[in-house]
Design a protein around this ligand. Structure first.
Ligand code: EPZ
Length: 413
């Protein structure tokens, strides 16, 4: 890409990747035909559809309606395919629904990734609390339970995935389950909305205490996924880093609170509507400190994009990552482009430089890819970004098209 010019215009935000992946797993619980709208067209969603098909469901993007997934679900196999699940760790979300539906589930242990080892112990502890037996065999996790019994489940860390796994399994358990210290992310609430539409009885989603009253069965639904707050935040940082002026449409501003606060601290002018916002640079980017926290704190999925922005700020910023143990791995690539960043423990000390210089860089994970694209759009000259594993395509729908519509000179070779 050739950077150095401001990006201006409007961008429509797609449906939330992290809602879609959890909701597709939850569709295993619903017999019959389920329709999910505003589903982003992403490699990760396509992988999840392949996982569902491997379990015996019919699951595909609708040929006639854009961003719509249709799932026909009669019976479900209880063994998930090794190569697919290990390819995308979010497919581990299928374990709770298969267990609740079949009383038995055999799912490969997901691998770690660039940002951390990403264990699933909290998922399994939650299922055990509901009465499941958990065994490990040849890289597969095997969970079994004649019946799941509702109970109080305390999750040591407000893990999004663990909260979702317990919530999904508890929908068909006997009696009431109370999840304490639950994750409060909007995607958790979106999953609860989907399940309640299907007849589940979930209250308190979005707070740290979620109550699920077990029911005997669920019914198929039509549901629309919420907008992707991380894609929205990423485009806000694109505007900030290139000195542009953007209008974002199809957003839920409440979900962007922490990101908006931090961008205002960095000197951005932000005007907020009911489902839109405009953002522009007033005079330069000011240094500010950021600490990632579970929602509603500053999202870890925005940390890397923010580091790319703060690399160009006037002054020194401290960015502290408290959610993943290795989410600064991409800093080395930013430094190739002239960023002045020192890592100290869980923090990155970023001293702003007047400009970044283009350089060949490599993508280690999805949001690192977003950060490097932002840096490349801000840097003068041509930047080559190597992304052999298609990390960016896995998580951003039509990113190149959307950026080109804003005036970016970017091509995929
Ligand atoms: C979800 O991952 C998101 N992915 C991640 O988005 C996001 O970064 C993360 O939540 C935090 O918001 C999906 O929803 C598909 P966690 P998840 O369980 O559920 C530790 C992106 O870029 N942990 O909240 O895997 C874990 O190691 C991706 O879109 C355990 O120790 O995240 C991490 O340090 C990246 N044991 C912390 O909790 C467990 O059993 C938060 O993980 C589970 C998690």
């Amino acid at each position: 890409m050739v950077g150095g010019q401001p990006l201006n215009g409007e961008v429509k935000i797609s449906g939330a990747k992290n809602s879609a992946l959890a909701i597709l797993a939850a569709a295993i619980l619903l017999p019959g035909k389920t329709v999910i709208r505003n589903t982003p067209n992403l490699l990760d969603v396509k992988t999840m559809l392949r996982v569902l098909r491997a379990l015996g469901l019919r699951a595909e993007y609708s040929a006639s309606q854009p961003n719509t997934v249709e799932i026909w679900n009669e019976d479900v196999r209880h063994v998930a395919p090794y190569e697919l699940v290990t390819k995308m760790r979010a497919s581990f979300f299928i374990i709770g629904p298969i267990l609740a539906r079949k009383g038995l589930a055999k799912v490969p242990l997901p691998g770690g990734c660039a940002i951390g080892s990403r264990p699933v112990n909290l998922h399994l502890k939650g299922l055990e609390a509901l009465g499941a037996r958990v065994e490990m065999e040849h890289g597969f996790v095997i969970v079994s339970a004649r019946k799941l019994i509702g109970t109080k489940v305390y999750i040591d860390f407000p893990s999004v995935g663990a909260t979702e796994t317990v919530m999904m399994a508890a929908t068909l358990a006997e009696g009431e389950t109370i999840i304490e210290n639950a994750a409060r992310e909007p995607e958790v609430s979106d999953l609860a909305g989907f399940l309640n539409r299907a007849g589940a009885k979930i209250t308190g989603a979005g707070t740290e205490e979620v109550h699920i009253q077990g029911v005997r069965s669920l019914n198929p639904v039509e549901y629309r996924i919420i907008p992707d707050r991380i894609e929205a935040g990423t485009f806000m940082v694109v505007a900030a880093a290139t000195g542009g002026n953007l209008l974002l449409k199809n957003i839920i501003p409440d979900h962007l609170e922490a990101t908006i606060v931090k961008l205002k601290e960095a000197g951005l002018l932000i005007d907020i509507g009911s489902d839109w916002l405009t953002i522009s640079v007033r005079n330069g980017i000011k240094a500010t400190d950021v600490k990632t926290l579970p929602y509603p704190g500053f999202p870890t999925d925005m940390q890397q994009q923010f580091c790319a922005l703060l690399a160009l700020a006037q002054g020194t910023s401290v960015v502290t990552e408290t959610v993943f143990e290795n989410r600064f791995i991409f800093v080395n690539e930013l430094k190739r482009m002239g960023a002045d960043i020192k890592l100290e423990g869980q923090s990155a000390i970023i001293t702003g430089v007047p400009f970044l210089s283009s350089a060949p860089v490599k993508v280690s994970d999805l949001r690192a890819g977003a950060a490097l694209i932002i840096a490349g759009l801000a840097a003068k000259g041509e930047t080559q970004i190597e992304d052999r594993d298609h990390h960016v395509e896995r998580g951003y729908e039509n990113l190149q098209k959307k950026l080109m519509a804003l005036g970016a000179e970017i091509k995929i070779v």
